[in-house]
Structure formats: C-alpha cells, structure tokens
Design a protein around this ligand. Structure first.
Ligand code: BG6
Length: 586
C-alpha cells in the first residue's frame, strides 16, 4: 500500500505534506514525491528512497505554493525507480496525481489514450489516471465532470488525489482509505489521520465511491453518480498525534516496551461490544475467525482458547484464502475478523464474502476509524495506540488480551484472568534482556532458524518465526514440535539453530523430548522457559504464570530477539524491505 496526501490552504504546502508523508511512511517506503501548484504551474519533485533521505537531496519541502499533493510508494506495478515514483503528471503537465491501490484495466486504458496522442513515461498503472483526467478535462473543461468520467472508466480498488492547472484539488475513493481533515487554515486529504493529525482532529470520512473537490471556495463531496453528499465532521482522538519514538531508537523497540501498559488497556474502551459479541457467538450456527500475518496467528491462538476453555468450535481462516473457500459462510454464521489497521485488503475481502452470504461480522481492531469497523456489526477496540513499526508487536498481545476476555465471558469467568500479573512479568523480561542480546549476536550470520512449540505454543512459534523473517530477513520456520520426526528433523545438523518455546505446562515434557531429538543431531538449542534444562545451549528465562497465559509472555523475548538481531544485521527494524504496515491491495 502507498500513502497519499493533499493540502490546500494559506500555509506553504510542501513542508506540511513532507511531514505528513514521514508520519505515514510505514505504509510504503520505496520512493517519495511531492507536487505543488504555484504561479499557474505544477512543480513535481520525487526520488527513490525514504522521505528524509530524498528530501535531503531533492528538497521536497522547499517547493513553493499553498496547494500540493504527496506520496510514498509501496511498488506493485513497475520497478522502484525515479520515473515510477509519484506524483505522475499528465502528458501536458496540467494535472498531476498520486494514487494508492491498483487500476486493474490500466493496460487497455493506456493503449486507448496513446492512440489519442497521450504519452506515458512510467511503467506504473497509476499514470493512466493522470492522462485519463487530462483527456476528460480536455473534452469538458470541467473538473467535476472530468472526475466523474474518469472514475466511471477506472476498474479496481483505488484512492487518488489530483492537483489541476487552476490549483483545484480533486480526490476519489473506491475501496481504499481516504480521509479529509478540516483545519483552521486549510483542508487536508490523506490515506490516514496520521497524515494531518498534528494540524487538526476534525475529520470527514467520505464513503466508498465518493469524490471530493477542494478549491478556494471550499470543500464539496459527491458520489460517483454526481449527487452532492454531506458528511458529519468527527473529532478523532489526539492519541494519534502521539506517534513519536521518544528516547527509543526505533518505533519497534518503543512498541515492544509499551506492552506492560497496553495489555492493561486492551478492550477496555468497548466493554458493551464485548458483551454483545459474546451473545452473538453463543447463538452462532458456525464460527470462523480470520486475519492476515500476525493477526492470523492471533486467530490460531483463539482456536485453542475457544475450544479448551469455552468448549466452542471455531475455524481459523487465512484471509487471503477466503476467496477459495467462500462456500463455508452462511446465514447465522459469525466471522470474527482480526486486523490491527482494519485496512488489509485480504481481511476486507473475507469480510465482504461472509457478509454477502448473510454472516455477521465481529471485528477486533486497533484503528477504530478504519474501513473494517464500518463493515462490522460489532467492533471491539484493541486500544494499544498507533503502531508504526511495520512488524506488529504490541497489537498482537493486545489482540490476545481481547480474545482472552471474550473467552472468559463465554466460560463465565473460568480463566481467572490477572493481567496485572502478566504486566509485571513482561516488565521483568524487558528489564532483563542482556541474555537475549547475547543470543541475538549469535544469529548475525545464521541462514535459517526453526521455532518450535506444541499446543497453544505452536501459533506463538509461528508468530515468532514471522517476527524473525520480517525484522532480520533470516529464513525462519515455525514448527509444531511433534511434527519434527515426520520430516523437518532431516534439516537438523551442527549448523542449525532452534528456538524452543517450552513453559512449564502440560506440553513441557513432550516439547523437551523434541528438544533432545534436535540436540542429538548437534543443533544449537535456545530454550524459552521458566525452567532451566541441560538440553538448552542458551536459556532465556520467563517468569512462571497460569497455564493459559504463557502465550502473552513467551512472545516478548522473541520480539526482542528479532529486534536485536535486526540491529546486529543492520536491517531497518521499523521499515523492513518489501513490506508495508498493512497491505491494502489484494
Ligand atoms: C502486514 C504487516 O502487511 O499485514 C504485518 O506487515 C501484519 O505486520 C499484517 O500482521 C496484517 O495487518 P493487519 O493490520 O490486518 O493486522
């Protein structure tokens, strides 16, 4: 996914836009660019790389004018090059656009426009929007009509912002996020409130298939059928403005360190929704739970908690696979959708497939202003504040806390939850991380690492391996301990490193047996446990706690290990290569 932004007001636009792009950089950081309108001309500056790097060389924030647009890119079509960076001007230069999403019919449109004499410089799908707007504007000399004609021809999920030759800003959304900020001295258009929350917390959420025109006479919103639309101005919580690293070197380390606090506030803001959700679940015909990446690993944990403690069967579904198993959903099915951002396209697609089949949607979300919340019957807030680091950390443990609270309601308090104790235990792990740093140094040149867990600890092994992949680029694999002897054991030799998740619970002896089998092949074993053992070459100690709550503790040392190994390997923990915070394209 990319980030797009626009500003029209009385202040200099470029510095405001560059600041907004820096805040939204987690959405994509292959290239960045800004275009401003001044003295009847659209000026474009762009380059490959992150916001601060590119700004140093091409001076994005020194562009003149009080009207402008900006973009950070997560490449989908066309290599990561200067020419493919946004903004894209039309062939006459009278319109420039920034775009997030995918134009599925761009090849056909490009061919038609080339036959009409419009030229293209880039390999992107996005540039077709600029020339199509130009072509429709040339026909009508009317900006509103040119946007209506353009959106009627575009296919795919998209949001774009355009600046026209007379200084007008136009923007449209079709299944991609677009938010308007109403400031004291100007208007903002952005993919995310983070883009402008520093300047205003008054926002408008255009619905899907709506477009916006902003000029010196003000703001107008229309649907794609040209009908004027009015929306309420909503206040967003200023917590979004609090996305600073503070004394931490990286957002990822800051967010890992926030967990003693965030697990205590998880789900607190939506108690009523928690009650309503548990009622719906009790009466559901069948129950599914879905998510992508880390959120899917939380769904796997839910399967254990629901079946073991609430005696309720729930089927986890990888969101990106939902389109291949759409026949499972029916009337009276419940789908629980987990998503930090609430904008992952795969999750939104699974939700729309289930809704079309008459199923009800319960969502567990951090960004309560997101599309997923608007598409859910009930939304439970994870409430861990903005998460900027691309690899999910605090949102995962807060998702788990919400799932624990939901299951505890369904089993009438059978879990005896004590999150204060968990919070204290996490503080202990965070304050005693020297052993973890030592092990991280060992992983610097390791090509592969295996993460083992049994029962409820297997999803944690899967999440741990995901963290190692995302942050260190080491090939890491999560394995259910018992499966070792059915194949993966062939991989084990004296070069192998294996992380064993082995707390003192009902899985302890079986997992220790697996560790011994691995040790017998000469592999190095890192044990994460509240009990030491000679089998471990390196023991990472975690405090003892109630059997059901170990997943909340044992993931913390793995998050830290991945972070410190990333530092050792000099990768960028906050903005791992080729990834984005949530992927809004399918
Ligand atoms: C990926 C992120 O793009 O999306 C992961 O890099 C995340 O960290 C996954 O787990 C799912 O995102 P979300 O917002 O739907 O939970």
């Amino acid at each position: 996914m990319c980030s797009i932004i626009g500003y029209l007001g009385i202040s200099s636009a470029a510095p405001i836009i560059v600041k907004g792009l820096k805040r939204m950089e987690y959405r994509g950081y292959d290239s960045v660019g800004v275009a401003t309108f001044s003295k009847d001309h659209i000026n474009v500056r762009k380059g490959v790389g992150k916001v601060l790097e590119v700004n140093k060389t091409v001076k994005l924030d020194e562009l003149s004018g009080t009207i402008g647009i900006g973009h950070t890119r997560w490449a989908t079509h066309g290599m990561v090059t200067d020419i493919n960076a946004h903004p894209h001007p039309s062939s006459s230069g009278e319109v420039a656009i920034v775009h997030n999403g995918i134009i599925e019919n761009h090849e056909g449109l490009k061919k038609e426009l080339q036959e009409k004499g419009y030229t293209f410089k880039s390999q992107t799908d996005s540039e077709v929007i600029a020339n199509l707007l130009q072509y429709n504007y040339d026909k009508t000399k009317d900006i509103k009509k040119s946007i209506i004609d353009t959106v009627s021809q575009l296919k795919g999920n998209y949001a774009f912002v355009a600046v026209f030759q007379d200084g007008t800003l136009g923007a449209a959304r079709n299944h991609e996020p677009l938010i308007i900020g109403v400031g004291k001295d100007g208007y903002f258009i952005s993919s995310d409130v983070l883009g402008f929350v520093e300047y205003t917390d008054d926002v408008i959420y255009p619905d899907n298939r709506e477009f916006v025109i902003i000029d010196t006479s003000g703001l107008k919103i229309f649907d794609f059928e040209a009908n004027p639309v009015r929306h309420q101005i909503i206040k967003v919580s200023k917590e979004f403005a609090d996305s600073y690293k503070g004394e931490f070197a990286h957002f990822t380390l800051k967010e890992i360190s926030e967990q003693p606090t965030t697990i205590l506030s998880a789900g607190n803001s939506t108690q009523l929704e928690m009650d309503l959700a548990s009622d719906l679940i009790r009466h559901a015909k069948n129950l599914y739970i879905t998510g992508s990446g880390t959120s899917y690993n939380a769904a796997l944990i839910a399967k254990f908690l629901f079946s073991k403690y609430a005696k309720i069967k729930i089927d986890p579904l990888i969101s990106s696979e939902a389109r291949f198993s759409h026949d499972v959903f029916e009337e009276n099915s419940i789908l629980i959708a987990i998503s930090q951002s609430g904008e992952s396209a795969d999750v939104l697609e699974a939700v729309s497939i289930a809704s079309k089949a008459g199923s009800k949607i319960i969502s567990i979300v951090n960004m309560m202003t997101s599309s997923l919340v608007h598409q859910s019957a009930i939304s439970i807030g994870v409430n861990c504040g903005p998460e900027i680091g691309v690899a999910a950390t605090k949102s995962f443990t807060s998702q788990l806390v919400v799932l624990y609270k939901l299951v505890d309601k369904l089993c009438n308090g059978c879990l005896e939850l004590d999150f204060t104790k968990v919070s204290e235990a996490i503080k202990k792990i965070l304050s005693n991380d020297s052993k973890i740093r030592d092990v991280a140094r060992l992983l610097k040149d390791v090509p592969d690492i295996y993460v083992l867990g049994r029962g409820i600890h297997y999803p944690i092994a899967s999440e741990g391996s995901l963290k190692l992949k995302e942050l260190t680029y080491i090939h890491a694999e999560g394995l259910p301990g018992g499966e070792l002897k059915h194949g993966p054991l062939a991989l084990m030799d004296s070069d192998s490193f294996v992380l064993i998740i082995n707390p003192n619970d009902s899985t302890y002896n079986d997992t220790l047996m697996s560790a011994k089998q691995i040790k017998a092949r000469g592999a190095r074993v890192i044990g994460i446990s509240d009990i030491p053992s000679d089998v471990y070459d390196y023991w990472i100690d975690i405090p003892s706690i109630g059997e059901s709550l170990y997943p909340l503790l044992e993931i913390i040392p793995i998050q830290l290990l991945a972070y410190y190994a990333a530092i050792e390997k000099d990768t960028d923990p906050d903005y791992p290569r080729n990834l984005a915070k949530s992927v809004t394209v399918k």
